[in-house]
Each structure stands twice: as structure tokens, then as C-alpha cells.
Design a protein. Sequence first.
Length: 255
Amino acid sequence: MRREFRCINRFKYKLYVILCILLLNSNVNPILAQKKPYRLRWNLDVSLASASLATLGTSYFFQLQTAPLTTQQVQSLNPDNIPRFDRIAVHQYSTTARDLSNVLLYTAFATRLGIFYANRETRKDLIEIGVVGYQSLFMSQALANGLKLVKRNRPYVHNPAVPMSVKTEREARFSFFSAHTTTASTICFTTAFAYSAYFPESKYNKLMWASAITIPAVEGFLRVKAGKHYPSDVITGYLVGLGTSYLMHRLHRGK
């Protein structure tokens, strides 16, 4: 888990570097940029990206300072203190669901990029589409990781079938809210908003929106099934991903 945590951190910082490169290249021809569905704004985008990175860095720092649960603390936990709506997650712990959630997330990311690269009209605007997408992703991840500091224990710490060595890892303290579901929601809804902006009359819009609604929901289900999150964690992540995607879509719409 620690290795997965470090890999995710490196992945997010690489995305930030890519975003900065895209921003630098986005100002080559501002006259043409104004005619596109999305318009980039240097001051806004750099400020937003920097704020997101600062929040991510700060949250990671404090997460690393978080003490894991001790064996005595785990044994003293009472699942009856969990809201009734969330108790279903306590009995879940599927490594298959965990692995499938990772596959679904990375597949969604790759296929969404492919949709715009495959089309000639959107391929020339990959910078604008990419920046809007990365801004949405960084903002949603900043919120998700910042609120990890509420230190809500993951559901599996209540599951007697889970090894104590897993329950006493630092990672077990960061249930709220689901970063996986947030990421899937952000990627899918950002894609749907962008596709609708470029192809408002396309017959595939309904399919794009149907997949945007469904894929994050499946991701959330798998995270609950894996014992990683409570239903309220994944619902929150779903809504945050939708909200940040819509916000960035509106902020960058060309006039």
C-alpha cells in the first residue's frame, strides 16, 4: 500500500508538470485561441494549478505525519458508531474489487484521452482540452486529499477477516473521501462536457453522458466492495468530481 501511495503521488506531480508545459504552449497564438470552445487564461490557470499543488503538497505532508492505529485502538473500535447508511462497507474486503477499480480508473483515463486524439477537430485543441481536464483533476484531488486529514478510518479496520498488519498501516486512516471515485468522476464528466462543447449536435452525446454517469458509479461500487470506502465517501467523491469538472468547463468556455 505504501508503494501504491508513493506511485500515486509521483503520478499527480507529473500531471502538474505536464499542465505547466501545456500552459506555456497555450499562449502561442491568443487570437486563434479565442475562437475555440475553450479559452485558456494564463493568470487564472497558473494560479489555480499552483493553489492545487500547494494544497496537495501540504496534505501529503500532514498525511505522512499521521500516526497509524495501534492494535489496541483497532480492537477498541465499535462498528455501531458508524452511521447505519455506511455500515454495509464494514463487511467488505475484496482484493479483486480493489484491482478492478484500479484497472477501470486507468482505462477510463486512457480512453478519454484517446477520444479527443482520434478526432481531427479536437486533436488540434488537445492543449486546451488537456489543461481544462488537468485543472479539474488537480482541484478535485486537492479537495480529496486535503479532507483525508479528517482521518476517518477505512471500513476494513472493522472487518475481523482483515489482517491486523493491514489495519495498522497509515493508509487505513484515510477513508474520507474516495480519491479513486473523485478521479473517475472528474475524468468522465470533464470528457462529457468537452465533447458536448465541441460536438453539440453529435449523436454520441447521449453515450458520452451515459458513460460519464455510469463509470464513476461503478468505480465507487468497487471501492466499497474492496472495503476501502464507505458509501458516503464515494458519493462525496462522485459529486466533487462532477462539481470541479463543471466549474472548469464554465471558467474556460470561449466567448
